[in-house]
Design a protein. Structure first.
Ligand code: KG4
Length: 333
């Protein structure tokens, strides 16, 4: 089954062709990051307009790279939630038109379910059940993946997503947008115990997380150093900050897996590209005896292949949308 998949939930326009949920025939991603960098973050209206300009050409490119004709597409899958509402609507409306025009089913896909499905692309042997640590610019979730379409959130950030926290702190450091990858590179040469930063606990919800206090403390530390004319050891600051994020995420993933009795943990989302977090997860897996799947970094960020992959399993489970499909800025998984 060949699925044309469309993703436009934030600042990447993406199209892909996937076969039977596991095989990626083509995968094209157009990042708008450069257009938003000048503003220090994503400007929703600019994102929507750029998606409008890009989506048709990218879908054609995905078809061409897959070596398929339009008649060979069996279904269209699209991210319909969560994300920037205007950005999502562009993809949803394009997908509706494509499904109507081609006379094939339309499959709505939750963006975080897509991040989870990236693991199926990277690891053919991976099957549910497992625990997913889905960490991106908009979401920080621990998800019990009981089956391909049966999932439950068992832990979540109560405020900022981990990626948002990386981006805001990186912006104040002057690393540009999005700053997660730049923080990662900067942190490599640093001393992670040089700066004291807080790790918050959510009372009576041990799997939930909070990053806004860490974000504020990190930003205040930078401002205070500047006001006092002190030189911030940026590499050590980035390393201390990343350690703090990792020490919130990794123990909760371990605890969630233990509580649920899951022996497999899968990471996904843009922040799962972070080298320190990957190292800490790898160590935790070895210490706690669970199998860890870390998709390659290219599959961690937003892409449409993961939407096409999850779309296949949604299709098998009978999920279809009509021409009245709407987009949602927030939606439970
Ligand atoms: O999954 P993604 O591309 O988009 C969303 O679905 O949100 O994630 C983007 C986020 C951004 O916040 C970006 O700074 C962060 O992932 N990110 C990283 C790294 N690479 C991307 N954060 C930390 N370390 C990285 N290496």
């Amino acid at each position: 089954m060949n699925i044309l998949a469309i993703e436009s939930s934030c600042d990447e326009t993406a199209a892909a062709i996937c076969r039977n949920g596991r095989e990626v025939l083509s995968d094209v991603v157009l990042s708008q990051a450069d257009m938003h960098a000048v503003y220090g973050g994503v400007v929703p209206e600019i994102a929507s307009r750029r998606h409008v300009e890009a989506v048709g050409g990218l879908a054609e490119q995905a078809l061409a790279e897959a070596g398929l004709r339009r008649e060979e597409i069996d279904a269209v899958a699209v991210t319909y939630a969560p994300g920037l509402i205007g950005a999502l609507l562009v993809g949803v409306n394009f997908a509706k038109a494509a499904s109507y025009g081609l006379g094939v089913p339309l499959i709505p896909v939750h963006h975080v379910r897509g991040h989870i499905a990236a693991g199926y692309i990277a690891f053919p042997e991976l099957e549910p059940p497992f625990l997913s640590l889905a960490i991106s610019g908009g979401n920080t979730l621990l998800v019990d993946v009981r089956d391909y379409t049966d999932m439950h959130i068992v832990g979540a950030s109560r405020d900022d997503a981990a990626g948002e926290c990386f981006d805001k702190v990186a912006r104040v450091l002057g690393l540009g947008y999005p700053g997660g990858a730049a923080m990662d590179r900067l942190a490599r040469g640093g001393d992670d115990s040089r700066y004291a930063l807080p790790r918050a606990k959510v009372e009576d919800a041990e799997l939930d997380m909070s990053f806004s206090g860490l974000k504020t403390a990190a930003i205040n530390l930078i401002h205070n150093a500047r006001q006092k004319g002190e030189t911030l050891d940026e590499a050590s600051f980035a390393a201390s900050f990343t350690k703090a994020v990792s020490e919130v995420l990794v123990p909760r993933a371990v605890e969630a897996a233990r509580m649920l009795g899951r022996r497999t943990v899968v990471a996904g989302g843009g922040v799962a590209a972070n080298s320190r977090i990957r190292e800490d997860l790898t160590r935790a897996a070895a210490e706690n005896g669970f199998q860890l799947f870390l998709p390659p970094t290219a599959l961690c960020g937003d892409n449409a292949a993961m939407i096409g992959c999850q779309g296949y399993y949604e299709y098998i489970a009978g999920k279809r949308a009509g021409m009245d499909l709407n987009a949602y800025a927030t939606l439970d998984i």
